[in-house]
Write a protein of this length. Structure first.
Ligand SMILES: O=C(O)c1cccc(C(=O)CC[C@H]2O[C@@H](n3cnc4c(=O)[nH]cnc43)[C@H](O)[C@@H]2O)c1
Length: 209
């Protein structure tokens, strides 16, 4: 059975695929930017595939929280950080509103296999946001609400919902292209993040699940 790796954009899928050895039992597919596109795209792939896939990994570049460009983060859980309600008293999460949980757990066995395959990767919470954090105030608020976060990206929670809806193990991997903080596009190190994605592709292809 095949491992499904979903990325947001084609360039991420290509970087990851460069690390795959010939004949790797892995499908890499771009499904779109943001949690809604990622959930819909992943759910569509899973529905079309019958029982072909054994696990789903959301992978791509991301913003580092305490991690520098080129580093690799593995999610211990995915938190939909902006899913909730604003209020004069501050942000209220889905949990606080009583509508369920904004946290998607990752599969413990899949995470353990990823940690063994990528020993330099840092494990921690990965946040899913619909808007890239880009101010000092926004960053401070995010860190206050999520002190255990190591990275921010835009798809993980959506992919998790699709994978878990299909009853498949889920994990998220992010290679760091930029530091979360006041927006400075010129400081993004896409090449470093893509090189780490290529190395992650090699490690993912060797997983035995
Ligand atoms: O500009 C480029 O050359 C380029 C090449 C490939 C991909 C991109 C993207 O911007 C991909 C969007 C993707 O990146 C994730 N991401 C990266 N950094 C952050 C961040 O600080 N906060 C949230 N998301 C981030 C995200 O998952 C997007 O889907 C550009």
């Amino acid at each position: 059975m095949t491992l499904l790796i979903v990325t947001a954009v084609a360039a991420e899928a290509e970087a990851l695929s460069r690390g795959l050895p010939p004949g790797a039992d892995v499908t890499v597919a771009p499904v779109g930017v943001g949690p809604a596109a990622a959930a819909a795209g992943t759910a569509r792939l899973l529905a079309l595939a019958g029982d072909r896939y054994r696990a789903v990994v959301s992978a791509g570049i991301g913003g580092g929280i305490g991690l520098l460009p080129g580093a690799t983060a593995l999610a211990t859980r995915c938190v939909a950080a902006d899913l909730g309600a604003d209020s004069p008293q501050g942000f209220l999460s889905l949990d606080e509103l009583g509508f369920g949980s904004a946290t998607a757990e990752v599969d413990a066995a899949l995470l353990a296999a990823l940690r063994a395959a990528l020993p330099d990767a840092v494990a921690g919470e990965v946040l899913t946001v619909s808007t890239v954090t880009g101010t000092a105030e926004g960053t401070a608020e995010l860190l206050r609400r999520h002190p255990a976060a190591v990275a921010e990206a835009m798809e993980g929670h959506g992919v998790a919902c699709a994978a878990q809806g299909a009853g498949l193990p889920f994990a998220e991997l992010r290679t760091i292209s930029n530091v979360v903080g006041p927006r400075d596009r010129a400081a993004w190190r896409i090449g470093d993040a893509f090189a780490a994605l290529t190395a992650a592709g090699t490690a993912l292809a060797a997983l035995t699940l």
